[in-house]
Design a protein around this ligand. Structure first.
Ligand code: HEM
Length: 142
């Protein structure tokens, strides 16, 4: 990922971060309305979950210029997601929902380029998380 891309990711996140609570509210509202089968995987009260997702997004974007620093934490996050029952095919659903909500919220400030950038970033995160899930499964196979 080049510095122009990481710049655009950081700037666009900075724009949306003051509305972070709205971002995660809208994200889960869309996710569950469009994919009702995912709802039972999550706790009834989503307060903590919303805060954790927002914090993990902020962490990724803050460190996106040093992707090697993200490897260990994201592999760990992927391993616990395997325990939550998360499947590989869920990741693009989460990506498209998140990028869709950011597009809606940013309005005029959004662009096709930003959609591409965010898809690339989330695909990167997802691939590391899935790698972590695979390693976790291999380590616990008996
Ligand atoms: C971009 C990728 C993702 C990120 C950054 C992310 C982030 C997080 C974080 C930070 C947590 C809290 C973990 C903890 O409590 O320590 C979490 C929990 C969870 N995530 Fe994700 N997630 C991602 C993708 C997904 C996908 C694709 C699914 C599938 C539906 C999913 C389902 C869940 C579930 C079920 C929980 C646990 C809720 C609970 O019982 O507390 N996540 N996620």
């Amino acid at each position: 990922m080049d510095t122009q891309t990481t710049d655009r990711l950081q700037k666009s996140f900075k724009l949306l971060a003051p509305r972070g609570e709205e971002l995660v509210d809208r994200f889960y509202a869309h996710l569950f309305a469009e994919n009702p089968t995912l709802r039972p995987m999550f706790p009834k009260n989503m307060g903590d979950q919303k805060r954790k997702l927002l914090a993990s997004l902020a962490f990724v974007i803050q460190n996106i210029t040093q992707p090697e620093s993200l490897m260990k934490p994201l592999k760990g996050l992927g391993a616990i997601h395997a325990e939550f029952g998360t499947q590989a095919e869920h990741y693009p659903v989460v990506r498209d929902t998140l990028v869709g909500v950011m597009t809606e919220m940013a309005g005029e400030a959004w662009s096709e380029q930003l959609t591409e950038d965010w898809n690339e970033a989330i695909d990167l995160v997802s691939s590391v998380m899935l790698e972590g899930a695979k390693e976790h499964a291999a380590a616990h196979a008996s």
